[in-house]
Design a protein around this ligand. Sequence first.
Ligand SMILES: *Cc1c(COP(=O)(O)O)cnc(C)c1O
Length: 414
Amino acid sequence: MRIGRTLSPAASPIYASDLIYGLKGLLSPRSALECFESDIKKKYGVLYCWLLSSGRAALCVILEALHRLKPERDTVVIPAYVCYSVPSAIIRAGLKIRLCDLDQNTLDYDYAELEKIIESDGGGNGRDKILAIIQVHLFGLVADTAPLKKLIGTHSEIAVIQDYAQALGAEKNGQLIGTEGDVNFFSLGRGKAYSTVEGGIVVTDRKDIADSIKAVLNTAARYTVFETFSLIAYALLLATFQHPLLFWLPKSLPFLKVGATIYDPGFEVKLMSGFQAGLARNWAVKINRFQHRRRANIERLDAALAALKLEKYSSRKNGLPFLIRYPVRLPDAGRSTKVLKDSEMAGLGMANTYPDTINHISELRGYFKGETYPNAEALVDKVVTLPIHPFVTRRDVMKIAALISKNIEACGRA
Ligand SMILES: *Cc1c(COP(=O)(O)O)cnc(C)c1O
């Protein structure tokens, strides 16, 4: 067990002043929620917005709403390497998962594979059964939406859901990105670009989808008093223990399962509480500040790792990206295991993000007999993310880069 300065893999600071706004939100929930909702609508220029208890709750509501509109379709296409919340939401919505392999160089879909899936009509889960395709912007790396739009082309019955869970506030060419799907969602969970402890946002311009979402949310639950107090307690813990000087403590308590990725289709779908909406006050200003710090660290890492010729996914083609974690692809599984072990000892917050591909989640294995996703599996083995959050200092970045360099050079380059 490590005692002393320890970085978390990702973090969005919550300050005492945020907690005060949170408590104000608790006292006048309607105005806090309306204020946050109208702010999102205005900033993103969208017609419809809903605030929910988490990103997976947002996705689940979206899926139920789409399924109401097209009950004959029940299959949702997702990348084989993604946050476990995504398959959890699909199963919770009573739908089927169809996996597609990724492109190792973009972390987006392998479009040749996706085309095969869209063009196939056999096996009971082909084109006519596809309800939606989810495009994911992993680590805040904004994926190009044009290839997917082009591929869907005439199959306009298939909805595109953009998963911007890790990309709130991300921009491309100076424009906020977040509304390119038929329907889109963000997460405000711990470790995302901006956090209200937990939370999710749905945005869309499609009236038919909006009406269906309204119908789904008609019966939605709210936070109970007990749940609200748990949220407040958790916010206090985050405000205290996310800091690198104290993070070793919660990390060393195994029952807290800090950073664990779990598959759980039994999560609750609730409307956001006034407390969370209060925590979101000034989110745009705060997220700007966080991004500034994150991007300074991205630039430092880019410079420090330049000589290693690793795939860093932070190409400057469209300007510096809005990452919340900095992914690098190491040459092989052995080295990524070694890097993670060294990082653990030194408290440097490197992580392997998702423990396995979706077809290997034990509860889901029955669905994917005999299917293999070689690129997704290679990503599980080789991709390591480096922390760049606002608590990460220049000195941390130097240590992180030195650790990566040492492990790459020691074994010779592949
Ligand atoms: C975090 C995340 C989600 C789910 O968001 P929660 O708020 O944690 O439920 C969905 N998709 C991706 C890609 C995520 O990273």
